[in-house]
Each structure stands twice: as C-alpha cells, then as structure tokens.
Write a protein that binds this ligand. Structure first.
Ligand code: PMV
Length: 361
C-alpha cells in the first residue's frame, strides 16, 4: 500500500449524523521506535505487545453542517469535562489526516474520551487515544463507503493513528504488532502496523505486564522532542541497524519460546532507548532513583527465584514488569512486597497481553 491508496474515492452514501464508540488499548514496545522521518515515518521498525487493561474509550458524535466549515469544528472532553488543552493536538491530527478523510470539514464533532490510567503518566495514552479516535473516524468513513473491507478498515485506522502518534499505529489489531519495514516480514510497512505473521509460542501469547507508576507527573521530554534528538545523533545509524537485528533475532525466540533470549533483547532495548537520550544533545536522564532501585530488585529476584521476570521502559521513569502467565502468582507477590514501595502512592497496574481495539457501540 502507498499513501495515495488511503485517499478515498467519492463516497457512495450520505450520512447526516451518528455516534460511535471504540475502546482502544495501549501497547508496550519490545523493540523500540525512537527517531522518525517526515510524515511520521519511523526511522526503524518496532514491535509491541498490545495491552488489555490500559485503554482509552472514545465516543465520537457527529452532525452534518449545512455548509462545510472552513475550519475543523469539534469539542473534546475528558472524563465528562471539556478539555481545551487537548484541542491543539487534535487540530494538528485533523490537519494531517484531512486529505485522507475529506469529510472532516462537513461535520461538527463531539469527542468524549476517558482513560483507564492517569493522563501523561508515561503510559502511552497517546497510543490508545489516537487509535481510538482513528477507529471512530474510520467508522464514519465505513458508513459513507459501506463496501470497505475489514482488512482495509484496520489498515487505514492504523495508518491514521500513526499520523496522530507513531506508536498508536500498533494499537489497532493483534496481540503482537509490528510497525515499520523489515526484511523478514513481507507485509510490513512504514505506514501502518501489521499483526506479527510468524509463529508465536504459547508462552508469549498471554504474557503479563505490571506497570509501576514511579513518576506520574507530566513527561520531562515529549515524544516529539525525543524523536527529534535522533536527528544528527552520533549513534543513530548503529541504533537503527540494531533494531532491525533485534527483530530478526526475535523471530526464532518467539517461535521456540526462548524466554532467556527474549529477556536479553527486551531489557537491552529499554536501556538502549534511555542511552540514546543520555547521549543526545541536549541530553536527558529520564529514569528516577526508584527506576534503578526497581531494576536492581528485578535482577536480584530473577536470580534467586529462577523466574523469568524482566523489565522494559518507555521514555519516562515508569517500569513495565514483564513475566509469563505461569509465574504470575510468585511475581505478583514479589511486586507487592518489594516493588510497590518504589511507586508513587504505591500504585501499579496489573495488565496482560490483549487482542486489540474493540467496537463498543
Ligand atoms: O508514539 P510516540 O511518538 O509517543 O513514541 C513513543 C516511543 C516509545 O514509547 C518510547 C517507544 C515505542 O516504540 O513505543
């Protein structure tokens, strides 16, 4: 698929008003996306587990205007309260996707959204939020063009979500989703995420992720600023090559269920992401002292318990603790006893791999 193929031909139906609701999950990258080119094209391919509990529910109500508007007409609310602060991001998103959704100026929209986790907590609320909104918009397009296939619907939803927030491209469909061209996956694309097509051992099919809320404050470095730091970064090329190599290595790891090798790649990816931030100009340290306390506790517990608990990080201080379902009882006890003390107000979220977004209404 090329970008042009997402520009619709004239719609076959007319719709005066409606309402649709989608629930879309967050995701946690195993191989990280960090660095991008123009139009939200990733500098390297990435792969993520889709989450289940951490999700955004968005309801989009739309009513046709008598005459098309010169500007985008919409209101946004979060948890029932008008949220003016979200408007600029959504306006930018609408501007980016307008050529692919030409009906956007024909309607007034009410966007009602709620998250199951704290906003800007370092949990990818932009991934679940942008994918939920993209799906609602695709629902309108499907009403205007009912012949659309389910495959195209999902592909374009991912394509649009990507234009809102890169990682959102991985929050549409599937448990393990890859985004970005890679030699080992024919269907892979820089434009949208695809369900991982190779064999995945059952141990990875219901993996657990407990998110430790180490720092719930506003992110110190926005993703936009962070991705930009990879332009002219002294280690950029090596890093992008490494992501390709790690994805190749993961193929046999996923197939055989080799958790030890999995842990090596996942933890190295997390630390590399942070190393990129520590070695850029300007440089940042996004881990907090408690992030390091947690990492050391995880390593010590893995050694003594012989479990397969490991960690990954996004561009912030929170820690995602990953472990197989069959070690859940032991690891969750360890989290309560030894890790919760390093979380803000003792807060953490137990999550697990999910299947992707769901239409609610
Ligand atoms: O989707 P963005 O632009 O917020 O980028 C997110 C990047 C990371 O979360 C740090 C890594 C990833 O692949 O999700």
């Amino acid at each position: 698929m090329t970008e042009k193929e997402f520009i619709p031909s004239p719609y076959t139906k007319s719709v005066s008003s409606g309402k649709t609701t989608y629930k879309s999950p967050s995701n946690i990258a195993l191989v990280k996306y960090w660095g991008k080119k123009k139009n939200q094209i990733p500098a390297n391919p990435s792969i993520s587990f889709t989450l289940s509990e951490c999700a955004t529910v968005t309801t989009l109500s739309y009513i046709k205007l008598d005459t098309p508007s010169a500007i985008f007409s919409f209101n946004v609310s979060l948890d029932g309260k008008k949220e003016e602060g979200f408007k600029p991001k959504i306006k930018t998103f609408f501007e980016r996707v307008y050529q692919y959704l030409p009906f956007l100026k024909d309607y007034h929209f009410e966007i009602e959204t709620s998250n199951s986790f704290p906003h800007s907590s370092g949990i990818a609320s932009s991934a679940s939020g942008m994918s939920a909104l993209a799906l609602c918009l695709m629902e309108i397009e499907r009403n205007l063009n009912p012949k659309m296939t389910a495959e195209f619907f999902n592909q374009k939803a991912s394509f649009l979500a990507r234009l809102g927030s890169g990682s959102a491209a991985r929050s549409i469909k599937g448990s393990l989703v890859q985004w970005g061209e890679h030699a080992d996956i024919d269907a892979s694309s820089d434009l949208y995420g695809v369900e991982y097509p190779h064999k995945v051992h059952r141990i990875f099919q219901n993996y657990c992720d407990t998110i430790l809320l180490v720092d719930k404050g506003q992110k110190q470095v926005s993703s936009t600023v962070g991705h930009d730091l990879m332009h002219g970064h002294p280690f950029a090329e090596q890093r992008f090559n490494q992501a390709h190599e790690n994805l190749s290595k993961l193929q046999s790891i996923f197939e055989t269920g080799d958790i030890d090798e999995f842990i090596g790649i996942v933890e190295s990816e997390a630390l590399t992401l942070h190393a990129m931030m520590m070695t850029s100009r300007p440089y940042f340290i996004l881990m907090k002292p408690n992030t390091l306390e947690i990492i050391n506790k995880i390593w010590a517990f893995r050694e003594t318990s012989k479990t397969h608990v490991c960690f990954t990080l996004d561009a912030g201080a929170n820690v995602h603790v990953l472990y197989p379902e069959n070690e859940k009882v032991e690891v969750e006890q360890f989290i309560k006893d030894e890790l919760a003390q390093f979380c803000q107000n003792g807060q953490f979220i137990n999550d697990h791999v999910g299947k992707g977004a769901q239409k609610i209404n």
